[in-house]
Design a protein around this ligand. Sequence first.
Ligand code: COA
Ligand code: AMP
Length: 633
Amino acid sequence: MDTSAYRNAYELSMNDPPAFWLDAAKQVTWSTEPKQALNQTNAPLYSWFPDGVLNTSFNALDRHVQAGRGEQDALIYDSAMLGEQRRFSYAELTDRVSRFAGVLRAQGVGKGDRVVIYMPMIPEAVIAMLATARLGAVHSVVFGGFASKELAARIRDAEPAALVTASGGIEPSRRVEYLPAVAEALDFAGVADLRVLVKHRDGFSAKASDFSRWLDWDGEMAGAVPVGPVDVSATDPLYILYTSGTTGTPKGVVRDNGGHAVALAWTMENIYDVGPGDVMWTASDVGWVVGHSYIIYGPLLAGATTVLYEGKPVGTPDAGAFWRVIQDHKVNVLFTAPTALRAIRKADPEAKLLAAYDTFSLRTLFAAGERLDIDTYGWALRTLGVPVVDHWWQTETGWAICANPRGLETLPIKAGSSTVPMPGYALRIVDGAGKDVQGDEEGNIVLGLPLPPGALTTLWRNDDRYVSSYLQAFDGFYITGDSGYRDGGGYLFVMGRTDDIINVAGHRLSAGSMEQVIGQHSAVAECAVIGVADPLKGQHASGYVVLKSGVDIPEPELAKELIALVRRDIGPVADFKNITVVDALPKTRSGKILRKTMRQIADGEECIVPSTIEDATVIEHLMLALRPNSDWG
Ligand code: COA
Ligand code: AMP
């Protein structure tokens, strides 16, 4: 096995990080080129390219136009929901982004201001993000499947100067009205007079007059003055993206401009092997990190064409939807979540629908968001006949911690493994005491500091929480929250979370925030939410509640009320449908709920009951109650 290209790159990144990253920085166009790679003066808070100056929107747009590729497709919008396709060349996208930057500027948005973007998968979402970046402002995109309270929490934390939204999103079963949710969120956040810009779409019932104080996207664009890219320091924030922590309060992951551009440009060439003129389709949502990095910034920084797909893998109209998009847009690289592949396989196990499409353009399929299970890996490989590459990362890192760097060197693929650490990631597997595990033992996956460019620099206005959440558990290391092991060849196998985060269909949800919501119900004395194995979605959230004494409520009725509460307060994305009433929750003598034990019982795994348990008989009762789970959804 010749691993020299990967090994050379990895070793250089470990032995001489400045040399490695200053070389990678040459892929970016700077207003002032960085001479210094890393600023360590505030360790453990690090910043990359401290003397560099650039604009990310310029790098994603203008420079390709200046290089003579203005007529090339930058963005293809494909809506399976509307049966519509639209293409935007680099020149057109640059024009729209410049004009929308003018709209935002006219509303007082300037460098460093935050803009919250709550939008479905339409081109205006991409335009709003790039326009914000053009002004040197900071976007914070909130996924459309979150309810108004979650939106409000993000508004409260980010303190935006403006909010950009659309009249609604289209789900297969219904139209989701955004404007009432936005109005409610502004009320909750106490900012009812925030400037709001609305892209109106046909077919939504929210009357414009109800929200007449808000500005209309089309009207404002008609008279907009285009704005050029504003220089920012490489260390200035490009965006904040909130992600679930173990508590109910989301964490505002901060991404800088310079490190992000350098890292993503490196990944496009070396991991995805995508360059100018190639077509990349990432079937995710702009509200997730995968959407930020590989629907928008990565492909556009590389001068490639990106596909923005408004639709689902199945049911819009059928399980051939992905093959149709690959054919229509000659997609070279597809990136999706394993759950989408499982959904297609469930609907069309032999992929009979594939025969109707020409998917010859496809070179590689990348998967992330959750572990690519061996069964699904095998099915995708047999079905598509192209390399299927699992790669592991998280909102915090912004790009793959472990991957098979196809552009650099095609390492052998091992099913179930996300291959090897990428440059800059000093990966270690440690036990609870922080000692390296032996051989292929499973342990906590941690990363030596500093993290490479592109990874989070801190949490929004909360350095203390950044340090306490990620850097305190093991001195000198960032804790990923995942556990895993490495085989003799150094390949990583990620096994799951070590904390109370639940991964539903590649969406990261906090058990704690669901418990907070359920705990509000007048019948509930205490509750626990755990992630239980799910054949389609990887995991689903299951709630276990203990009733207050004397409460008499039929279980189906309680379940319906709790499901409605979670949907109202967190959103449909939680996909919370399972409730079981139990006599008691297993706890340690200090009162900590034994979630891991519960998860093992619910998954039918062998469980070792900790000796610190308060009352061992609870386990026997749970064994009976937890299997099978009731599903009232
Ligand atoms: N706005 C409003 N509601 C949304 C939404 C959005 N942007 N996205 C999802 N929802 C709603 C859905 O309508 C559904 O509501 P329902 O309970 O009323 O039916 C609920 O949230 C759960 O949606 P979803 O997770 O999409 O489940 P599903 O059963 O409708 O579809 C899959 C299953 C596998 C097809 C779907 O989960 C999927 O496409 N997954 C891919 C995940 C992905 O791309 N993850 C990104 C990480 S890389
Ligand atoms: P998010 O921040 O929403 O992208 O979720 C990140 C988490 O999803 C990781 O910490 C993992 O738990 C899980 N995850 C993402 N990709 C993978 C993968 N390829 N293999 C295993 N787990 C993954």
